[in-house]
Design a protein around this ligand. Structure first.
Ligand SMILES: [Zn+2]
Length: 365
């Protein structure tokens, strides 16, 4: 039996379905389609005309909601209250809730284990001692336990190697009746030709910015996150939704509050600032990309802090004097840091120089 993915361990996949609760359920469920209306229409037409295929390959950039869409489709096909042709699962019945929680017995979800660089064949055809008696290819053929269909969602199709693909071929070629198999990858080029040719390809594009903000808001539903924080996170993550969602995590938001406190109303302390930011960047581990991402976030947040201060000065009619000139410098200096990060400068030196400049409020000699 393929274990359903534990939805609580989905920190790498913030595009997993958000927990949906009534009475907001309907609105939230509707929102889960955000950014992918074209794909939704396509499935609606396929289901209405009774031509829904069995094997799909979802491709599109990381973190834009392909997996959420796949889970929405699973809910659509299993919902106890709404007709599949509506493509509007209620989000509230026990089937919808089980899909959202990753516990529906007829929804099989597999992905690459964290400690492997490809999808092991055991996941697909069972361990050596139980070949073809366990694994995704076996389980998808079992009779549905509660719904009328079985649905398999295979994440990380990009790292399906030739051996794994071979295991899947027969299942993709002759899928069991009423089964739906969805493979998820980032681009068509990264899929093996044997897989590509046996699936209907559904392409996903990054959603427009306003819709991206809405999707983020949905994922941050449990937390109090302002519109500004959502947009700042999206900017810091270069528009990548899953990374932006990480920036909206509790740790990250705690840091933001502390940063604003240290930057304060007047003169920021260079020592305190460098220590705070250094610690935050170090907490991201030793890999360069997450460290750079935090640095970018810091520069955005700091720039935002001074932008706000300048705006307040403008509103109160005090937009002159040395402190305004200093804040303008601090704003530009924080924006400048963002470019320096991308040029791979030494991060510790970068942070210290920036903190010194911010305290001084003008270029150093
Ligand atoms: Zn439902």
């Amino acid at each position: 039996m393929v274990t359903p993915l534990d939805s609580s361990s989905s920190s790498n996949h913030p595009d997993s379905a958000a927990a949906v609760e009534s009475p907001e359920a309907l609105r939230l469920a509707e929102n889960l389609w955000i950014g992918h209306h074209r794909q939704r229409e396509w499935f609606r037409n396929a289901i209405r005309s009774g031509r829904l295929g069995s094997t799909f390959l979802f491709v599109g950039p990381e973190g834009i909601g392909k997996r959420t869409f796949a889970l929405q489709l699973a809910k659509t096909l299993l919902c106890e209250r709404s007709e599949p042709a509506e493509l509007a699962p209620c989000g509230d019945c026990s089937a919808c809730r089980q899909v959202a929680a990753g516990t529906h017995p007829d929804v099989l979800q597999v992905r690459k284990p964290d400690d492997r660089s490809y999808i092991p064949v055991e996941i697909l055809i069972g361990p050596r001692e139980a070949r073809m008696r366990e694994g995704l290819c076996h389980d998808i053929r079992l009779r549905p336990m509660s719904g009328e269909r079985r649905i398999a969602i295979l994440d990380d199709a990009d790292v399906l190697n030739a051996e794994g693909a071979n295991c899947l071929l027969k299942t993709l070629e002759e899928p069991p009746p009423r089964a739906v198999i969805i493979l998820i990858g980032t681009s068509l080029q990264r899929q093996l030709p044997t897989i590509r040719s046996r699936c209907q390809v559904v392409r996903f594009d990054p959603p427009p910015r306003d819709e991206a903000v809405e999707i983020l808001r949905l994922h941050a539903a449990a937390a109090e996150v302002s519109e500004e924080q959502l947009r700042a996170a999206l900017d810091a993550a270069d528009g990548e939704l899953s990374r932006a969602a990480t920036l909206l995590s509790e740790e990250s938001r705690h840091f933001q509050q502390t940063l604003h406190a240290v930057l304060g109303d007047g003169l920021p302390s260079a020592v305190e600032l460098a220590k705070l930011v250094g610690g935050y960047v170090d907490a991201a581990g030793s890999d360069a990309p997450p460290r750079r991402q935090r640095m970018r976030q810091v520069s955005e947040l700091a720039a935002d802090h001074f932008r706000r201060r300048l705006r307040a000065a403008a509103t109160s009619g005090t937009l002159s004097g040395p402190s305004v000139a200093e804040d303008l410098y601090r704003l530009n200096r924080s924006l400048e840091m963002r470019y320096q990060i991308d040029r791979n400068a030494n991060q510790a030196t970068l942070i210290e120089a920036w903190a010194d400049d911010l305290q001084r409020g003008r270029p150093g000699s």
